[in-house]
Write a protein that binds this ligand. Structure first.
Ligand SMILES: O=C(O)CCC(=O)C(=O)O
Ligand SMILES: [Fe+2]
Length: 315
């Protein structure tokens, strides 16, 4: 029998939610104390989904901090409790287009959020990756924080095109700071996509910060007028991408405490947010300490995709 899902949208496209096209992530919490099983599962699935791995109360504390920052910015609907993070109709988010204010805002949500810092950069998570890699690890210093209001989710992509200059064993950890029903929309993984390296060879060999010196857009990239010619997206249409590559889109109704991690060549995206609630999550990165690291994402103020990251080539 087909599982029933609400209407699922991704980038405005309705996803086919029949059993052949959509499903739930495989849980690996049963394997968490058996490293060989955990590694085998990761190799097989390209991801590990660990429901209830974190202490819910810690995650709630981090959520309270994020919601408090949004409330202070006047973005939340005052008719609802701050912790519910209901977006105010017509909230002015234009400050986010000012790079300085956007950085300040993200820092207040992440760097100045002790509960979040504890969750992602100490204790159980560090132990998990140390065990998983079987050696000491390090993480990127840059923290990606998502505060997604009603609207489109993230386009399908693989992370390697944004952070592939170091270890190929780098992993992304995705942590939700809220209970995320399908209409709020969390992360989706394209089943089996980590085994599509041959078909995705061209895509996987790219880097968003490489540019063609001999092309008309080169001057604009060098001056910072445009951040890039190509933004790293694999497809703007998650539904047709799935038809093309095969596999199902896999997701879950995440709960605070759940974590999900995946490798650099696993295709992922997120569902659109069709609700009045904000969706909060972080994505952070971990790798063996002994391997090279992508210099764009380390240090006190990582250069990220800024001018210092651009590399010209003849193409
Ligand atoms: O949370 C999202 O919408 C996208 C997250 C993502 O791309 C990642 O965790 O690498
Ligand atoms: Fe990603």
């Amino acid at each position: 029998m087909n599982a029933t899902y609400p209407r699922l949208l991704a980038k405005g496209h309705e996803l086919d939610s029949s059993d052949a096209s959509f499903g739930e992530l495989r849980r690996s919490d049963d394997a968490v104390h058996d490293l060989a099983a955990l590694r085998a599962r990761f190799a097989e699935d390209g991801y590990l989904y660990l429901p209830g791995f974190l202490d819910r109360a810690d995650v709630l504390e981090a959520r309270r901090h994020i919601a408090g920052v949004l409330a202070a910015k006047g973005i939340l609907d005052p008719a609802h409790p701050v912790i519910d993070a209901v977006k105010k109709e017509g909230a002015d988010l234009s400050f986010l287009s000012d790079p300085r204010l956007a950085v300040e805002f993200m820092n207040s949500i992440a760097k100045q959020n002790p509960a979040m810092q504890r969750i992602i950069y100490s204790g159980k998570i560090i132990q998990l990756f140390t065990d998983f890699f079987g050696e000491s690890i390090r993480h990127f210093d840059f923290t990606w924080v998502r505060t997604m209001g009603r609207g489109f989710g993230t386009d399908p992509h693989c992370d390697t095109v944004y952070m592939g200059r170091g270890s190929s064993r780098l992993c992304t950890l995705w942590v939700p700071y809220g209970d995320i029903t399908y209409d709020i929309g969390g992360l989706m993984i394209l089943e089996g996509s980590h085994r599509q390296e041959q078909r995705l060879k061209n895509y996987l060999s790219r880097d968003v910060d490489l540019y063609c010196e001999n092309r008309p857009e080169a001057a604009k990239i060098r001056s910072g007028e445009i951040p890039w010619k190509w933004g790293g997206v694999l497809s703007n249409n998650p539904q047709s991408l799935r038809t093309h590559l095969g596999g199902r889109w896999l997701s879950a109704e995440y709960r605070m405490g759940d974590v999900l991690f995946f490798g650099m060549r696993t295709v992922h995206a997120s569902l659109d947010n069709q609700s009045p609630y904000f969706r909060f999550s972080t994505d952070t990165r971990y790798q063996p300490a002994s391997e090279p690291i992508d210099g764009r994402w380390i240090g006190e103020n990582p250069i990220g995709h800024g001018l210092a990251a651009k590399r010209g080539m003849i193409c």
